[in-house]
Ligand binder design. Structure first.
Ligand SMILES: CC(C)(COP(=O)(O)OP(=O)(O)OC[C@H]1O[C@@H](n2cnc3c(N)ncnc32)[C@H](O)[C@@H]1OP(=O)(O)O)[C@@H](O)C(=O)NCCC(=O)NCCS
Length: 158
């Protein structure tokens, strides 16, 4: 069955929150499904850009992006998560590609933060061309370092 990418709606927020909570970042940061759902809803209400991957009528993953969220100038991937039972099947790559396509016109390198313990996500980003460019110790939680990863835009040479 094909994967459809569409805008997130209020009706998707509980399913997306459950997906984000069932992950190593959900566990380490203590995400609560109701709190996460409320956060996603508030983001939607404020006009933030969130989209989901859907297979059949099932929401299988989502991403929250900010086209100029990195240093008020570069595309920032705020959150991405795929249903635990479907990881490793290419859905994350589709969502990441959507982030890059939607923000290509911004004309700056793509940025994200990934936690030091999240080795599988780091490998995933590396495979997609992201490189480690900095470290933010104790940034969101004491004892956890956030790693800044950046993907260079191809600069055309004459
Ligand atoms: C990171 C994540 C979005 C990748 O999505 P995905 O659908 O598994 O990605 P793909 O199938 O396109 O690629 C899988 C690759 O991601 C990596 N990966 C990361 N987490 C994985 C997991 N839990 N299971 C399987 N592969 C995982 C592997 O390195 C794998 O590489 P391989 O194909 O060479 O084996 C997804 O694993 C996820 O939701 N993780 C939990 C939430 C999270 O950590 N988000 C990132 C926050 S910075």
């Amino acid at each position: 069955m094909d994967t459809l990418i569409r805008q997130m709606t209020a009706g998707d927020t509980l399913a997306c929150a459950a997906i984000a909570c069932a992950s190593s970042i959900g566990e380490r940061y203590g995400f609560q499904p109701e709190v996460m759902a409320a956060t996603l809803l508030a983001a939607l209400d404020s006009g933030a850009e969130l989209f989901v991957a859907e297979i059949g009528k099932r929401v299988t993953g989502f991403a929250w992006i900010d086209p100029k969220g990195a240093f008020s100038s570069a595309p920032y991937l705020r959150l991405i998560a795929v249903d635990e039972s479907l990881r490793g099947a290419g859905l994350g790559s589709i969502l990441l590609g959507e982030f890059e396509t939607r923000t290509a016109a911004v004309g700056r390198d793509w940025c994200l933060l990934v936690s030091d313990f999240n080795k599988r996500a780091q490998a995933f980003y590396e495979r997609h061309g992201y490189r480690k460019r900095g470290e933010l110790p104790d940034f969101a939680n004491p004892g956890i370092t956030e790693i800044l990863m950046v993907k260079k835009r191809m600069v055309a040479t004459a």
